[in-house]
Design a protein around this ligand. Sequence first.
Ligand code: KG4
Ligand code: ZN
Length: 347
Amino acid sequence: MAEDLIKDNVNKDIVVLSIESSCDETSAAVVKNGREVLSNIIATQIDIHKRYGGVVPEIASRNHVDCISTVVDEALNKAGTTLDDIDLVACTYGPGLVGALLVGLSTAKAMAYSAKKPFLGVHHIEGHIAANYITHKDLEPPYICLVVSGGHSNLVYVKDYTEFEILGRTRDDAVGEAFDKVSRVIGLEYPGGPKIDKLAKEGKPTYKLPKTFFEDSLDFSFSGIKTAVINLVHKEGDKINVPDLCASFEEAVTDVLLSNLLKACEMKGTTKVALAGGVSANSYLRSRLDKMGEENNLMIYYPELVYCTDNAAMIGAAAYFDYIAGKTSGWDLNAIPYLKLGDKLRK
Ligand code: KG4
Ligand code: ZN
């Protein structure tokens, strides 16, 4: 494998301590050689934010501060390592909530500086993509990755471990955002994705919802589907069949995602496809993608469920590939809330 050749040059195992705190999960992990997870501790704040119907940034930052030290200690202990055994300290530096990002970033820098270890900032979405390397030890670029999270929806051509080309992106809501907004309107708790996933299994896609496709572009738009659901709920009131609505919403979103994904495969002449991000946990999306894979002779990869939503192991995986490609970050690295995929490459 290409990475074995690079690693031979480094000539030793690389153990990364990684931190993720971009939204409402405080997580720390110890990952060996980008694919082997020695520990992955996740402290989720979902129960705290539930009562507000979504993530409250200031509350998220405060909770990260409260638990980051414990989470990092636990990750090191569970992996049976001390900071001495660590080769690199990595953390997410964007995109995400600025206050939340700063907690992980300051912790990672302080730990790396005090232990005289190199430090590296990781792009959150590159982390989501790299989650696939943990689950699939044989997965190598190039492939197409459909990144569907709460904040992002991108069709990415993964040229190499550290090289990404965006083929399409959402022009308005991210897929996960649409799931969460629709679920709020039908009275389900935050985060809505898993609840819609479950209810849709009891329903049929009987409601007609609009699907947006752009000519000569693989971009997405989900605000039309979301607005149509909101209008339908207001019009029908109690008469609405919630499981059918969930099934219809999932079908409309999945039709759009998979249609563009197939076009991207044709465009790049690739038969390897990976899913990434929180919405890649969706069972309907997975089953439709499996079917599409069978019909079109595609090889399909998904991360295990625990690595779909935010976690630090995926950040440790991405950091490893950056590190063996010769990258580290300076102590002046700041949190970048709107960091775009590929920005790092232009530095
Ligand atoms: O990747 P992630 O943990 O955070 C971001 O980076 O945004 O994604 C969270 C999103 C939420 O919108 C949540 O509703 C959605 O992933 N999600 C799901 C499922 N599990 C999580 N959406 C659909 N079906 C699921 N099973
Ligand atoms: Zn995420």
